[in-house]
Design a protein around this ligand. Structure first.
Ligand code: NAD
Length: 299
């Protein structure tokens, strides 16, 4: 019989689905749940146990992992009379990998403590490709002892683990990363659009930038101009990748986090508006690099 902890995995979307599969491949017994019957069917095909509700999935679980869209989904899962937190086995460990508001993560962590369980916030970086390959970066907030218990489980899904501080600190760090990414993507698109308007070849310009001082993930991996990088979302009609709406959510969380402490993030606020405009232009479901289309509709 396996000595590995039994895991409940809630939220089998683009990220959660492959993460749960990697735990299963590593030998963990994973009981999974999602509101989508399609996601549940896919999980069964890949060898995971499935449950008919979140409450049923957590039965006997020593570790609960959630990968849900936003704060309200995470709070609804864990808190209140219908929430699973109060039903967890004593000593259970909660790992929330969703990207949510730091204040929301702190609220769930406080509820965990009140119930005699532990919780870490462990949002991820690495996208769907990283979730599938098991190479995610986990950005963790919470007690060091809880992270040590979580570490083997996180290692089955990822490559890098950073402990940023107390509850909510993982979410703060994740928002800092994504705010910078959002700004860098927008300005990279702006620069390439400027070059193209002057008659430059976008591929030649991007190749130069990718080895020069403006190099970044946006020039090397996810170039926003179609046809520059074969595997980038831009070269397949901006499908797949990291959705504009998710980037807009993260930029909104960064703005809220800044306002909460009176910090100023002028570029972050400007870029948040660009992703809001891109959504209004009908591209909310496309990869966030489609923001370049606001600047040059040839993209
Ligand atoms: P997704 O929309 O593909 O998946 C979310 C899943 O949660 C869906 O299958 C949905 O049915 C399910 N769900 C919603 N409420 C539920 C509930 N109460 N109970 C059970 N299931 C429920 O989203 P995703 O792309 O997997 O992203 C998940 C989180 O990871 C988000 O917070 C996102 O910001 C973050 N993230 C995403 C990426 C990415 O590249 N997609 C990268 C890093 C971080």
């Amino acid at each position: 019989m396996s000595t590995l902890p039994r895991i409940a995995f809630i939220g089998l979307g683009n990220m959660g689905g492959p993460m749960a599969v990697n735990l299963h491949k590593a030998g963990y017994t994973v009981c999974s749940f999602d509101l989508s019957t399609v996601a549940l069917e896919k999980a069964r095909e890949q060898g995971l146990e499935t449950a008919t509700s979140a409450m049923a999935a957590i039965d006997d679980a020593q570790v609960v992992i959630s990968m849900l869209p936003a704060s309200r989904h995470v709070e609804a899962l864990y808190l209140g009379e219908m929430g699973v937190m109060s039903q967890l086995a004593p000593g259970a460990l909660v790992i929330d990998c969703s990207t949510i508001a730091p204040a929301s993560a702190q609220k769930v962590a406080a509820a965990a403590q009140a119930c005699g369980t532990s919780m870490i916030d462990a949002p991820v970086s690495g996208g769907v490709a990283g979730a599938t390959a098991g190479t995610l970066t986990f950005i963790v907030g919470g007690e060091a002892a809880a992270l040590e218990r979580a570490r083997p489980v996180l290692q089955a899904m990822g490559k890098n683990i950073f402990h940023m501080g107390d509850a909510g600190a993982g979410q703060v760090a994740k928002l800092c990363n994504n705010m910078a990414l959002g700004v860098i993507m927008a300005v990279t698109g702006e620069a390439i659009a400027l070059g193209v308007a002057h008659g430059l070849d976008p591929k030649a310009l991007s190749q130069m930038m990718a080895v020069s001082t403006s190099r970044s993930w946006a020039t090397e991996v996810c170039n926003p101009w179609p046809g520059v990088l074969e595997n980038a979302p831009a070269s397949r009609g901006y499908s797949g990748g990291f959705g504009n709406d998710l980037m807009l959510k993260d930029m909104g969380l960064a703005v809220e986090a800044a306002m909460g402490i009176g910090a100023t993030i002028p570029l972050g606020e400007l870029a948040r508006n660009l992703y809001a405009m891109n959504k209004q232009a009908g591209r909310g479901g496309l990869d966030f690099s489609s923001v370049v289309k606001l600047l040059n509709d040839k993209a």
